[in-house]
Design a protein around this ligand. Structure first.
Ligand code: EPU
Length: 340
């Protein structure tokens, strides 16, 4: 299998924070078999490997050592379409939002709540992307991976991927150890609008839409996101930088007693998700900056690069925000992106 090794490659355009970093070596992966070829390669085989998709969930705080594998495996197809569901398959390098648009154009509904999420199809399962009342796991069927140590390929079903809130096997036992080459999704029929997220419901009500079609849900999600989240194509960012912390009822009640306005959501297992954005905002961190890195003025969960920030600036800012929240609420925020 042919491999092209590019050397000393600037990664600024390959990460959505647009921070500078240099890869000693970069290999573009267009076919799953090339991953095996990297593993078996005399020069690349034993080097540390960083897997990059759209670069929307990675903070490059230093030059990555070894080799960067940029996943560009394309291809989207319908596996089958019957009365119960449509099953589709996409290459790991396909843009996630492109897949959502493609499926809607084909008349397959079911991904519209996940519109406009940056990143690739192969990166989507890593953090179990989610927004507006839906998580990837709900539409996920299986994926193909190639192990970066052995070069062996395997197929993992939903249970094997151990999905949780912004979490999966690929952030834990398999972190940095495999490449997701292909993903299969199942869009169940009949389609039903998923309007559990209050903001989405309100938006549609205000627009006078009663019984929304998939395209109307898609349009509403895009409008909400565009109104409150910065577009990575215009302003460097990686979406939410912090996860919403999940706490037990006792801790939630203690915090609620002291901060009655705190926003929290009950989860099915009796725990509570606290709105990290609300806490960061309450600490007065919105607009706080380190160099050209800043907490976004519109949404406190998002760190942005106003131009010229380094990965280290963003990491320093993140640490300051985390410390402010810890000092005020006694809660340790977790970062969502993978920090290199
Ligand atoms: N809020 C503030 N200040 C802010 C922003 C929000 O007080 O600056 C309050 C809001 O008023 C709201 C609460 O915080 O009451 C929650 O805000 P929002 O509804 O925007 O959702 P979120 O919990 O902050 C999560 C996801 C987003 C996703 C939205 C919508 C995480 C870490 N983030 O944000 O995902 O789009 O819900 O479902 O779970 C991403 O992961 O990159 C991402 C953008």
């Amino acid at each position: 299998m042919e491999l092209t090794i590019q050397r000393d490659v600037e990664l600024g355009d390959l990460n959505t924070f647009r921070v500078p970093a240099r890869a000693q070596r970069l290999v573009r992966i267009e076919h799953a078999a090339q991953v095996r070829a990297v593993v078996d390669h005399p020069e690349l085989g034993l080097l540390p490997k960083l897997v990059l998709g759209g670069g929307s969930n990675t903070l490059l705080a230093r030059d990555p050592p070894g080799v960067v594998l940029r996943i560009e495996i394309g291809g989207v197809r319908v596996l089958d379409d019957d009365v119960q569901a449509t099953r589709i398959e996409a290459g790991g390098g396909v843009g996630w939002h492109d897949l959502v648009c493609w499926s809607l154009r084909q008349g397959f509904a079911g991904l519209e709540n996940l519109a406009l999420i940056p990143g690739t199809v192969g990166a989507a399962p890593v953090q179990n992307i989610g927004a507006y009342g839906m998580e990837l796991a709900e539409r996920f069927e299986s994926l193909d991976v190639v192990d970066l140590t052995t070069g062996r390929a395997a197929t993992l079903d939903r249970a094997a991927c151990r999905f949780g809130y912004r979490d999966s096997l690929f952030k834990r036992a398999l972190a940095g150890k495999s490449v997701i080459t292909r993903v299969r999704l199942r869009l169940p029929k009949p389609w039903r609008a998923q309007l559990g997220y209050a903001e989405l419901q309100r938006h549609l009500e205000r627009a006078g839409v009663r019984d929304p079609a998939p395209q109307e849900v898609f349009d509403a999600v895009c409008a909400i996101r565009r109104a409150k989240l910065p577009d990575p194509a215009r302003l460097g960012n990686a979406g939410s930088f912090f996860k919403n912390p999940v706490v037990n009822r006792t801790i939630r009640n203690e915090i609620l007693a002291e901060f009655p306005e705190i926003v929290s959501y009950p989860l099915e297992d009796g725990t509570y998700k606290l709105a990290a954005a609300w806490m960061i905002d309450a600490c007065g961190c919105k607009g706080r900056s380190v160099g050209a890195a800043a907490v976004d003025e519109r949404h406190a969960l998002v760190l942005v690069n106003h131009g010229g920030a380094s990965g280290a600036d963003i990491l320093e800012l993140a640490a300051q925000v985390r410390e402010a929240v810890r000092a005020r609420f006694g809660i340790e925020l977790e970062y969502e992106p993978v920090v290199v």
